[in-house]
Ligand binder design. Structure first.
Ligand code: MN
Length: 384
């Protein structure tokens, strides 16, 4: 069992829940990194006494260093700091719950150094899927998924033969706009899009859940994590978020993983694997739910979802392009620069805009990322 962990993205929703899990099971936190919340990072540093902390935003570095001057904690900043934490000898595992493309390089750096990774950062696999899976093989390291759906699939694979798996069933909550028509989505406000029925998450991922881009990204991640063809992944809308996903074997036996919608269960499974211990969460009572429902997704209305699936079916840089375009489009939506449905229109248009090219190294990822962001910024500024 692991004893020490470095947490990248410690002040976010996954980060804070990971710290709860560490506290519960006596896992020592060796390093913490956050994007910009220095108040919370300072608090966490005092409570968990890591040997190193990192603040991503350079302009917050001096202030954090000053605040922690009375401690022995080393203070780092920027991408360099994240990567330094990613390779620390003292950590048994690196938990990466950074939001966005920023998370890819620290994951690759950790893996190059032979570190096992517990992964909550979606972009790592969406943008760098091939690079990451090649490294997992080359370095014989373990990659534990933290996302509830991928953790569910990972759990359903235990004790069975991978080659006898026929497909996976990736469940989706459907978000706040399930059942709405495309026309009805024209008037969606930011406040409506930021209200998710089952999960409490950061703004970026909450919008991604409303557009179903989140499920599109998870589709791409599942392809890489479990070495599947796109045709082997079925998305099913399951409003209650109790069945976290399922797998089907050659005999058509379907095995699902269930639990209350609480990320601490998958976080804990990634950190304690293969052990199962009491989790600081509630128990599932199926009779409290009474009914569980399953529906087909609406690919016409939720264009981000179709765009993501088309991107991974085409391969090459398309998943990366679509993901970066989405990040920029969501940012523009949160800045009141574009409407809700325009996010999907912009993301889908990326597939026509760019020619196919391969991702062979990190520079190719950066190239695709810049191309997609410039393209979306161009669209947004033409508007003004
Ligand atoms: Mn998920």
């Amino acid at each position: 069992m692991i004893k020490t962990v470095s947490i990248l993205g410690s002040t976010g929703s996954i980060g804070t829940q990971s710290l709860e899990v560490c506290e519960k099971h006596g896992i020592k936190v060796t390093a913490l990194a956050a994007h910009s919340s220095i108040d919370m990072l300072e608090q966490q540093a005092r409570k968990y006494s890591p040997s190193v902390v990192c603040i991503y935003r350079d302009d917050k570095y001096a202030e954090l260093k000053k605040r922690l001057a009375d401690t022995n904690i080393k203070v780092l900043c920027g991408m360099e700091g994240l990567c330094e934490i990613a390779v620390m000898d003292e950590s048994d595992i690196v938990l990466n719950s950074v939001v966005g493309m920023v998370g890819l390089l620290p994951t690759l750096t950790a893996m190059e150094a032979g570190k096992n990774v517990a992964l909550a950062n979606k972009e790592t696999l969406v943008a760098g899927g091939k690079l990451v899976t090649d490294l997992v093989k080359k370095k014989s390291i373990k990659l534990y998924p933290i996302d509830s759906e991928h953790s569910a699939i990972f759990q359903c694979l235990q004790g069975n033969k991978r080659e006898q798996l026929s497909k996976i069933i990736l469940t989706a909550s459907g978000g706040p706009f399930f059942g709405k028509t495309y026309d009805e989505l024209r008037a969606v406000t930011k406040a409506q899009a930021l209200k998710h029925p089952n999960w409490d998450m950061g703004n970026k991922i909450t919008i991604d859940s409303a557009t179903l881009m989140n499920k599109g990204l998870e589709f791409i991640e599942a392809k890489w994590l479990f070495d599947l063809e796109p045709e082997q992944i079925e998305i099913v809308v399951h409003r209650q978020s109790v069945v976290h996903s399922a797998v089907e074997y050659n005999d058509y036996s379907v095995i699902a993983q269930m639990g209350v919608p609480d990320m601490k269960i998958p976080i804990q499974y990634a950190l304690l694997y293969p052990d199962r211990m009491e989790c600081p969460t509630g128990r599932l009572s199926l009779t409290d739910y009474g009914k569980l429902t399953f529906d087909k997704p609406d690919f016409e209305t939720f264009k981000c979802l179709s765009a993501a699936i088309e991107a991974i079916t085409r391969g090459g840089a398309y998943p990366c392009l679509v993901n970066s375009a989405n990040e920029e489009a969501v940012r523009a939506f949160l800045n009141d620069e574009i409407s809700f449905i325009e996010i999907g229109e912009i993301v889908l248009s990326v597939l026509d805009k760019f020619e196919y090219f391969d991702i062979n190294d990190y520079n190719d990822v950066t190239k695709a990322d810049t191309m997609a962001r410039d393209y979306v910024r161009g669209i947004v500024s033409d508007r003004k």
